[in-house]
Ligand binder design. Structure first.
Ligand code: F6R
Length: 241
């Protein structure tokens, strides 16, 4: 595991964007696993800049996002599809049909998750998976549990997640109760993993996930067992290392 601590969020974002750009330069038709959340917004902005400057092209790249709310219209401003269009896809030369987000609009959870897992396999597998880190160590929507979920699956959101997310919706009733997420096994099959985290609120979990015991109660701790992981954190998130 390679750990890089940068002084600022901007430097973290630039360094992480460079890891992704290097992957695309080496393999122009690579398969990227992407994440939503506040952490990667800066690195997506760097990729948009690089694309505009002609330094990187997504022309032949395929992407698969980690997760999506179940039952939310992809056009809803809180859907992860909307987030990706807004922060990356609408601003780079990627082919729309090459961008994949779990189909939250398919109410048949088994079919939606099975099809997603199969599509990742059919693409040849993830060359690089980008991950943010939840305060409780979750990756994707894989929350602390007594086992590591293997494949793409449907999860029930916890009351605390529903309440936390309600600030982004008009009312708590609008917050989806379930989500589709890649499993820990799906993530671990990626050839390379890139984790980003910033801010002092992530310092404890960064230490616990990468230097603590490997247990499903801290889902990100499983990454210690992956052969090619790069963790890039800003000084605040790396303060306890
Ligand atoms: C996003 C995702 C989540 C986030 C995590 C951190 O697709 O799957 O696991 O990466 O919740 O979120 P932020 O970056 O908002 O702190």
């Amino acid at each position: 595991m390679k750990i890089i601590i940068t002084d600022t969020y901007e430097e973290m974002s630039r360094a992480a964007a460079d890891v992704i750009a290097e992957c695309v330069a080496e393999k122009p038709d690579c398969v990227l696993g992407l994440a939503t959340g506040s952490t990667p917004i800066g690195l997506y902005a760097c990729l948009v800049e690089d694309n505009a400057a002609g330094k990187i092209s997504f022309k032949d790249v395929q992407t698969f996002n980690l997760d999506e709310y179940r039952g939310l219209d992809p056009k809803h401003h809180q859907s992860y599809r909307y987030f990706m269009q807004d922060n990356l896809f609408d601003h780079v030369d990627i082919a729309p049909e090459n961008t994949h987000v779990p189909n939250g609009f398919n109410p048949d959870a088994e079919a939606a998750c099975g099809e997603y897992e199969a599509a990742i396999e059919a693409s040849g597998g993830l060359d690089l998976q980008l991950l943010g880190l939840g305060h409780n160590g979750h990756i994707g929507f894989n929350e602390p549990a007594d086992h590591f979920p293997v494949t793409t699956n449907c999860v029930q959101l916890t009351e605390s997640t529903i309440n936390a997310n309600s600030r982004l919706f008009d009312s708590v009733d609008e917050v989806p109760r379930e989500a589709y997420t890649m499993g820990i096994g799906t993530i671990m099959k990626a050839k390379k993993i890139l984790v980003v985290a910033n801010g002092e609120g992530k310092a404890e979990i960064v230490k616990k996930a990468f230097f603590g015991l490997v247990v499903p109660q801290v889902p990100a701790s499983v990454l210690q067992l992956h052969p090619d992981v790069t963790v890039i954190v800003d000084a605040a998130a790396g303060a306890l290392l």
